[in-house]
Design a protein around this ligand. Structure first.
Ligand SMILES: Nc1ncnc2c1ncn2[C@@H]1O[C@H](COP(=O)(O)OP(=O)(O)OP(=O)(O)O)[C@@H](O)[C@H]1O
Ligand code: SF4
Ligand SMILES: [Mg+2]
Length: 327
């Protein structure tokens, strides 16, 4: 089945999120859109500050107190997440239907408790796996074996600092899979790791999610990493989604000027890196209309007047641009 015809699991539409800060109101997301189909692996890519984590936090409704959803809709498995009560969210969504693999596993584990105690406590709260069975120690050990942690029963008696970065990330993957989620949001899960360990962990994670049919929203600033594992890629810039296409199309036929610049900025075989000209805008007073316009080589007056609607460029290929590149 082609990716774009899959039934939706997660649908984020027209999402705007503001942070109230001493510097002013940070307009972190401006009408952002994103869809993840059932069993689909979607990459959400963008530079630092483009709003990737803010989308993830909005979906799980765990924005920091300064952050407010101003507009938009988030639907997951037929539920309108922005209208559920906290109790309903805890009951069926957070850590259950949707789990998170965070960027920095060290911050997600309490240093003063043994790993086994922490996993058991969290799983007690989660109550059961996806099929309604309790998550007991045997299940935890079996999952640690699946993520290839050696001698798992012994490991449960260790403290977080006794694990390497790669092992901690394997623990995070195990904890994200134990409740039998429908969707895993992986927020830059391997950026803290070296390249060899990163490749091993990504391969392991992808094997486990694909065999279970779990959908993944894979957040990264690394287009290279996204292309290895994602079927579809959504490109974000300064809080707006710019292009959404199958991964191979992003590489061969990207239409959005920003995506083109991003591809140009990938290191070439000689290892040279070319920066995108201009600067990432501040989001207290972001550029009007298409937020890329001050840096865009194709910009016209129209671009700063209004945010472009999405235009369909091909099967499952959408772009938000008044002057998409068609060649
Ligand atoms: N708690 C906060 N208070 C104020 N501004 C915030 C807060 N969290 C995020 N922002 C702002 O919102 C914007 C989007 O941030 P976000 O963390 O979502 O970006 P990101 O794409 O995940 O970046 P990174 O790749 O660095 O993780 C940024 O301008 C950021 O400064
Ligand atoms: S809408 Fe205009 S400014 Fe934005 S990317 Fe397209 S051409 Fe450039
Ligand atoms: Mg982030």
């Amino acid at each position: 089945m082609s990716q774009e015809h899959r039934e939706s699991l997660l649908e984020v539409t027209n999402l705007s999120v503001y942070f109230h800060t001493d510097r002013g109101v940070v307009k972190a997301l401006d009408g952002a859109e994103l869809r993840v189909g059932k069993g689909e692996v979607v990459g959400l890519i963008g530079e630092s500050g483009s709003g990737k984590t803010t989308i993830a936090r909005s979906v799980l409704r765990v924005l920091p107190p300064a952050g407010k959803v101003i507009n938009g809709n988030i639907r997951f498995a037929g539920k309108n997440l922005l209208q559920l009560s906290e109790a309903q969210l805890n009951d069926s969504v957070r850590g259950k239907g949707i789990t998170l693999i965070p960027q920095d596993p060290f911050n997600s584990l309490n240093p003063v408790f043994k790993v086994g105690t922490q996993i058991k406590d969290i799983m007690k709260w989660k109550g059961s796996d996806g099929e309604g069975r309790n998550i007991d120690e045997d299940k935890i050990i079996a999952m640690l074996e699946q993520v290839q942690i050696p001698a798992p029963a012994d490991q449960l008696r260790k403290f977080p600092h006794q694990f390497s970065g790669g092992q901690r990330q394997r623990l995070m993957i195990a904890m994200a899979l134990l409740p039998g989620p429908d969707l895993v949001i992986a927020d830059e899960p391997t950026t803290a790791l070296d390249v060899t360990v990163e490749a091993q962990i990504l391969q392991l994670m992808m094997g486990l999610v694909l065999e279970r049919g779990i959908s993944v929203l894979f957040i990264t600033h690394d287009l290279g990493v996204a292309s290895q594992i994602c079927k579809r890629i959504v490109v974000m810039y300064a809080g707006q989604d710019m292009e959404d296409a199958p991964a191979d199309v992003i590489f061969s036929q990207a239409c959005h000027p920003y995506t083109r610049e991003l591809l140009e900025s990938l290191p070439n075989p000689e290892g040279d890196i070319r920066d995108i000209p201009g600067e990432v805008p501040g989001l207290v007073n972001p550029p009007s209309g298409c937020r890329f316009h001050p840096r865009c080589f194709r910009a016209t007056d129209r671009c700063s007047s209004r945010t472009p609607e999405k235009t369909m460029m091909g099967d499952g290929h959408w772009v938000r641009c008044y002057h998409p590149i068609r060649a």
